[in-house]
Design a protein around this ligand. Structure first.
Ligand SMILES: [Zn+2]
Length: 374
């Protein structure tokens, strides 16, 4: 998860836009007494106007889910114990906090690629080429070296050109002075979840259980420095965006925030209804049938000041009109601190959230009809 301050700077680094905003705000103040019409127009231009909540044309009962009993087995292969194994490794001192371009990030990239290879999940770029290389220059001085996204791929049996993307960034903040930033929740949790989801899909594939559409497992670098890995992928997509039907992005799913101390069975969903209303309801229906988590949409509100919709990698897909869901546990006292450690992860909850992502991806990859955009 990207720090808010960086996002703010990124959004305002263009001086022209900044000047325009200042100008519009001034105009707003000057004209606010004299003309109601000009006020509303200026308010619109500066986007401070509050958006009304979305009015839906469907309901969850309209969604008819696939009826395949074997899904319960594949879901059950995503276990707390396996997630802990990955996460313990990713957050160990050997991985040095996985800072983009540094040694620890390279070790993490190799760990992820080796895992895909051990499962015989293919590399989509070329044989055994799991890395999408990103030149140092792309990081605008925020990485000392080139870096890499790690991509693995299961070929769809019936509609291979249509692609479901499941993404998670694997980089973190590295070492600062003597402090190691383990990044257990951010985003060891999402990375471990992605590896387990990939394994579940591969087991199904081995049993001739789909997937109908292709699935891309996208492990992204450079997120903490400013969503660079997903930005690079968006500029160099391995599969065209017109046929990329969804991005399910997992960033921080192993913890419980203060707001849910008394109700740990939850996850925040962000973005699901912004491009495809159908996606929102498929996601709801899947959860209702299989996982029964409380889906919290607090941060999906366009007026929410945290602007989480813009703060993780899914946004670079949404920008290209690809429907997205961002899975997130909210922030906590250890966010972006050396104390974001493995022992504080709630593994049963992490497993349940990972299962929700898997089941949603399964549904989207195997339905007869491709996901509709609004
Ligand atoms: Zn972060």
């Amino acid at each position: 998860m990207l720090n808010k301050k960086i996002v703010f700077l990124a959004h305002h680094k263009n001086k022209k836009i900044m000047k325009k905003i200042v100008f519009l705000l001034l105009t707003l103040v000057i004209f606010s007494c004299s003309s109601k019409k000009s006020v509303s127009q200026n308010v619109k231009d500066t986007t401070v106007v509050k958006k009304a909540p979305k009015v839906y044309t469907m309901k969850v009962e309209d969604i008819k889910l696939l009826d395949n009993k074997s899904i319960y087995y594949y879901k059950s292969t995503i276990t707390a114990a396996d997630l802990k194994k990955h996460l313990t490794k990713l957050t160990s001192t050997e991985f040095e906090g996985r800072k983009t371009g540094e040694n620890g990030q390279k070790i993490a990239a190799n760990y992820i690629a080796d895992y895909y290879k051990s499962l015989e999940i293919e590399a989509p770029i070329g044989e055994d080429q799991y890395f999408q290389y990103i030149p140092k220059e792309f990081f605008n001085g925020k990485s000392n070296n080139s870096s890499e996204n790690v991509l693995a791929f299961i070929y769809g049996i019936e509609k291979p050109e249509e692609v479901v993307v499941i993404s998670a960034h694997y980089d973190h903040l590295g070492l600062k002075e003597d402090n190691l930033f383990h990044g257990a929740d951010d985003n060891g949790s999402g990375t471990s979840a992605l590896l387990e989801i990939a394994e579940a899909f591969r087991m199904a594939y081995n049993d001739d259980e789909g997937p109908k559409r292709s699935i891309l497992f996208l492990n992204l670098t450079g997120e903490e420095e400013g969503l660079f890995g997903s930005k690079y992928y968006a500029e160099h997509p391995v599969f065209p965006f017109e046929k990329t039907i969804v991005d399910l992005n997992i960033d921080m799913v192993g913890r419980v925030d203060d707001a849910h101390k008394d109700d740990e069975n939850y996850v925040y969903l962000i973005g699901a209804d912004k491009i495809s209303e159908e996606l929102h309801f498929i996601s709801e229906a899947v959860n209702k049938k299989y996982t029964q988590l409380n889906l919290d949409y607090k941060y999906n509100d366009d007026n929410d000041i945290n602007r989480f919709y813009y703060r993780s990698d899914h946004y670079n897909f949404a920008k290209n009109n690809v429907p997205v869901i961002f899975y997130f546990n909210g922030t906590h006292a250890d966010y972006h601190k050396p104390t974001d450690t493995e022992d504080k992860i709630n593994y049963d909850l992490l497993a349940k959230r990972a299962q929700l992502v898997f089941l949603t991806a399964w549904e989207l990859a195997n339905r007869d009809e491709v996901l509709k955009k609004d």
